[in-house]
Design a protein around this ligand. Structure first.
Ligand SMILES: Nc1nc(=O)c2c([nH]1)NC[C@@H]1CN(c3ccc(C(=O)N[C@@H](CCC(=O)O)C(=O)O)cc3)C=[N+]21
Length: 280
């Protein structure tokens, strides 16, 4: 039977550790807030924003939410970020992605002070990760490292195959796995022999955004499978990029959707917020 990697449990464990740390900081007079900005009202985004707010309340940091209308201009958004950059109590700023068309995401990410960029999306933080220097690390890949470590899964020397090369998951994931001494292969939509390469993975990390794309024929016996995908059907049922029922039969450990990687993203966001408070 495959080990079910319980992201819900592990994220709760991390949030409890952070809650304690926030209480200690409070005793030293250190408090802070996370500012979350959402432009437009995409229902999926609203779910994530709500979960972030709840996590802030749980660990004991203030949360400020800015719900801006779909027609907000880039200049208005940049002006709000500028204001929050200067506000001392605001330790973290998160602009929910994707943004409506007509707003330049790169310009928005660049406008956030790297010290408050708790998403780890700013080029300064991405660059620091690349060369092993201190900085905020993108929450989803950082959460996956925690899932593996806290499930006692060895990474060193393993062949890790990543499916997907996005700036927020695939690319930083590759750097983090390298840092843990894995041998890393990054694959993507133009990869030839994708199936053969995936079948060589000791650890297979799937972040391609295609519902149940990875079936048992892509997975080596005994591999560890991490599913970053999240898809919602008409009945609001969630599924991932991996055909769970089929793959579970032959792998040694697997993350479910929901309850796998998703909750870890939020736990690591909270971790970055606490780090931001400590920097004061
Ligand atoms: N600036 C920015 N930072 C992000 O971190 C960011 C973003 N934009 N845009 C969208 C993605 C997606 N994301 C998720 C967070 C939590 C769950 C999560 O909690 N998932 C639950 C299920 C929640 C549900 O019911 O939908 C689970 O998998 O168990 C999922 C996805 C953060 N993102």
């Amino acid at each position: 039977m495959a080990l079910l990697i319980d992201g819900k449990r592990i994220s709760a464990e991390i949030k409890d550790e952070l809650k304690e740390e926030v209480a200690q900081l409070k005793e030293q007079g250190i408090t802070g807030a996370l500012a979350v900005i959402q432009v437009g009202n995409d229902p999926a985004s609203s779910v994530y924003v709500r979960n972030k707010k709840r996590a802030c309340e749980y660990i004991g940091i203030d949360s400020l939410s800015y719900e801006l209308p779909e027609e907000t201009s880039q200049d208005e958004l940049l002006a709000l970020i500028d204001k929050l950059n200067k506000e001392e109590h605001v330790k973290g700023i998160l602009v929910q992605l994707p943004l409506p068309e007509g707003i330049d995401e790169d310009a928005v990410i660049r406008a956030i002070s790297p010290k408050k960029d708790v998403d780890g999306f700013h080029p300064e933080n991405v660059g620091a990760l690349m060369i092993g220097q201190k900085g905020y690390i993108s929450c989803t890949p950082a959460g996956i490292i925690q899932l593996l470590k806290r499930s006692d899964i060895d990474i060193e020397g393993k062949h890790c195959v990543i499916v997907g090369r996005s700036n927020i998951v695939g690319k930083p994931m590759a750097i983090l796995m390298l840092r843990e001494n894995a041998t890393v292969t990054v694959t993507h939509s133009k990869t030839r022999n994708l199936k053969e390469i995936c079948k060589e993975a000791d650890i297979l990390i799937v972040a391609i955004g295609k519902k149940e794309f990875i079936d048992a024929s892509y997975v080596k016996d005994g591999a560890v499978v991490i599913d970053v995908g999240i898809h919602r059907d008409e009945n609001n049922k969630l599924s991932g990029d991996v055909k769970f029922d089929e793959v579970e039969q032959l792998c040694s450990a697997i993350t479910p959707v929901p309850g796998g990687v998703g909750p870890m993203t939020i736990a690591m966001l909270m971790n970055n917020c606490v780090e931001a408070m400590r920097h004061e």
